[in-house]
Every structure is written in structure tokens, then in C-alpha cells.
Design a protein around this ligand. Structure first.
Ligand code: FES
Length: 376
């Protein structure tokens, strides 16, 4: 490709506005889920962006064309300024989605957030059996609090999504997850097999289901989707290790999503800091638009110019965008190789073998997500 054509292809990708902003307001969290997508090196409270900085970021995001704001963490409700952040989202025209563990919520706080303009709530569940749910979250009585909070969300007339991260230690509860979502009046259920980044990669052997379990879960979801059409939307994410084709991670690198860490670093995906050779700009130093359009980290794997074979000549290269860079690096040691989830990757068979072996072995104890475990 000529330099001119390469520049123009790059610009076309850049000119598309990002749809979503994932704002990781904090890494503080009362739960210690062993599959958390936060990095192993958690950021401390002292480095968190101020209220003013977040308000400015949201105004810049709206200006840039962002439509959806996902308020995440850690646990976003530990921030006392969450109401101000939600109000700013409403003011600048961003659709706000609170992604919460819900164990710290009170009805009064939720009412306040709704009054400040909150649009949607997403509550994560660890299992449908309280004892197992609380064991996985490493937090007592958390499950009961989540169910109570889900009731308040619906009573206040807010749309509710339940998020069910699925793995070998709760996959037998899948049918009950679907029943629970229906009973709670949720609009959407995300049945997301755990994706192996961050803490989940550290705990992979304790989380990996068998291929047969995954296939059964897919059949169960297909039947439930048909039965609940028009009542409950069920999203389904399969584990990459049993896939034949990679997913377009984040919809393609630098194509639609911006991730901002608690300290203001702007990332193309939540695990991007695991990749070598990337320089991350910070919203404290550079306007969000400049970062989106020109930062080294966003440009590095944007589009298709960076690809090597088999991606470079693959007919699906502008559908899956080479899959996940972080997974490619974690498994192959090279971030510009094909995602090993792809059956064209020379690492694909070894990748699937790891899953088979780990799923067939006894599950080791969890390493729970905590600053102390992170330090170790
Ligand atoms: Fe980073 Fe997939 S998580 S590209």
C-alpha cells in the first residue's frame, strides 16, 4: 500500500467517533472476584482523577461524539461524587449506564442518582445460590443485597441489565440465572463466559469450563432466547479458548471504545497496559480528541496495516480486526500475531489444549482480587 493510501485508510478509521466511553472511576471495590478485568496492578485512591477532571472529560467525550457512558470500576459507587458525574453526563447528553456490584447501594442513593439523570443500571451476579455467590465474590451477604438493589432499580422505573460472568464454578446455575432475570424484571441478561485477561488470566485454571459444558450452555441460551423473545434479551459471550473464529475485541482496536483508567490514562481496551511498546496519554495532559485521533497507543493496532500473516490476507480481517491483541500477546508473546482463538493461528491447537487440560484438572484455589494479592 502506498503511503498516501495508508494515511487515508488510517484517517478514515480515526474520523469515526467512538460510540462508548468506559470510565473506570476507581479501582476500589468491596468485592474480590477472581475474574475481575482490572489489571493486576491496581491503582490507588491517591492517583484518582478529581471530580472536576471527570466532568471535563465527559464534556470532551460528548463533543467528540461519544453516545454511551459506562460508569465502572472497581466499584463506582464508592465515589462520593458519583451524583455530580451522572448529572454532568445528563447535561452533556451522554446515556449513562452504572455498572455496579450493588452491595453498597441504598435505596436513597439510587433515588438520588436517578434524580440526577441516571439512565440504566447493570448489576453483576456471581451465582444464583447465595452461599456460592458470596464465596466467589469473597463478600458476605452480598448476593442478598444485590437482589434487593435490583428490586429498587425496577421500582424506580430504571432499565436493568443483569451481568452473569460464567465459569466452571457457577455454570450449572445457568438456567437459574435466566429464571432470576425474568423474575426480577430485567430487560437484558448478559451470559458472559469469563474472558481471560487480568485476574481471570491469573485464575484461568480455576475458572475454565469443559467444552461440553460450554456447548450445553449455548443450547440452553438458544432455547431461552426463543422462549423469552420480546421479554428478555440474552447476550451470550463464548470463551475464546473453545472458539474457531476470534471476536472483534472492543469492536476493533481504536474503532469505537475509549477506556479511561482511574488516574486518567486513556486506553484502547482495559488490558492494553499488558502490551509492550505502547505509550498511553493521560487526560490530564492532552485533550481527549487528540488522544483518540493521534495517540501512539490508539494508532498502533488501528485498522489493518499492522497485521502479519495470516491476518494480512484474511478475508475476515475487517470483521474481526485480528481478534484480541492482549490475548495474542499473552499466549504467543507477540501482540501483532493472530489471536490464538482463530483456527488460522499456528498457536490455535495449543490454545485449545490448555483449556482442555485445565478444565479436566481439579480446580485450584482462587487468587482473590485485592491490593495485597496484587502486590504479591
Ligand atoms: Fe486488549 Fe482484547 S483486551 S485487545
Amino acid at each position: 500500500m502506498s503511503v498516501e493510501a495508508a494515511v487515508s485508510a488510517q484517517s478514515a478509521a480515526c474520523l469515526k467517533a467512538p460510540v462508548g466511553l468506559l470510565a473506570e472511576l476507581t479501582h476500589r471495590c468491596p468485592l474480590q472476584c477472581p475474574y475481575c478485568s482490572n489489571p493486576l496492578a491496581l491503582e490507588g485512591v491517591a492517583g484518582e482523577l478529581s471530580t472536576e477532571a471527570w466532568l471535563d472529560v465527559l464534556a470532551q467525550a460528548a463533543e467528540l461524539g461519544v453516545l454511551q457512558l459506562h460508569l465502572s470500576g472497581g466499584e463506582p459507587t464508592v465515589r462520593r461524587d458519583l451524583e455530580d458525574i451522572v448529572a454532568q453526563a445528563a447535561k452533556v447528553g451522554l446515556y449513562s449506564n452504572l455498572i455496579t456490584a450493588a452491595v453498597l447501594l441504598t435505596r436513597e442513593r439510587l433515588e438520588r442518582l436517578a434524580a440526577h439523570g441516571l439512565d440504566h443500571v447493570q448489576i453483576s451476579l456471581q451465582d444464583t445460590q447465595a452461599a456460592n455467590a458470596d464465596r466467589i465474590a469473597h463478600y458476605q451477604n452480598g448476593h442478598a443485597r444485590k437482589l434487593e438493589a435490583a428490586g429498587w432499580v425496577r421500582a424506580l422505573g430504571l432499565p436493568l441489565t443483569l451481568n452473569a460472568p460464567i465459569h466452571r464454578q457457577n455454570i450449572s446455575s445457568l438456567a437459574q440465572f435466566i429464571d432470576l432475570a425474568e423474575r426480577l424484571g430485567a430487560q437484558r441478561l448478559e451470559v458472559a463466559h469469563v474472558q481471560y485477561y487480568g485476574w481471570a488470566l491469573r485464575n484461568r485454571a480455576a475458572l475454565m469450563p469443559t467444552r461440553e459444558q460450554v456447548l450445553r450452555s449455548a443450547e440452553l441460551v438458544a432455547r431461552a432466547r426463543a422462549r423469552l423473545k420480546g421479554i428478555l434479551v440474552i447476550d451470550f459471550v463464548v470463551p475464546d479458548y473453545y472458539a474457531r473464529r476470534p471476536k472483534p475485541c472492543m469492536g476493533g482496536w481504536g474503532r469505537g471504545i475509549i477506556n479511561i483508567t482511574p488516574s486518567g490514562k486513556v486506553l484502547p481496551c482495559h488490558a492494553a497496559e499488558t502490551l509492550p511498546g505502547l505509550a498511553f496519554d493521560n487526560v490530564r495532559d492532552r485533550p481527549l480528541r487528540d488522544i483518540w485521533l493521534g495517540s501512539q497507543a490508539f494508532q498502533k493496532y488501528r485498522g489493518t496495516d499492522w497485521m502479519r500473516e495470516p491476518c494480512r490476507s484474511c478475508e475476515f480481517r475487517e470483521q474481526d480486526w485480528g481478534g484480541c491483541r492482549c490475548q495474542a500477546f499473552a499466549f504467543t508473546g507477540a501482540a501483532d500475531l493472530a489471536d490464538p482463538a482463530c483456527n488460522k493461528s499456528s498457536f490455535h491447537n495449543a490454545f485449545a489444549d490448555v483449556a482442555r487440560q485445565e478444565a479436566a484438572s481439579e480446580a485450584p484455589a482462587f487468587v482473590f482480587r485485592s491490593p495485597r494479592a496484587a502486590a504479591r
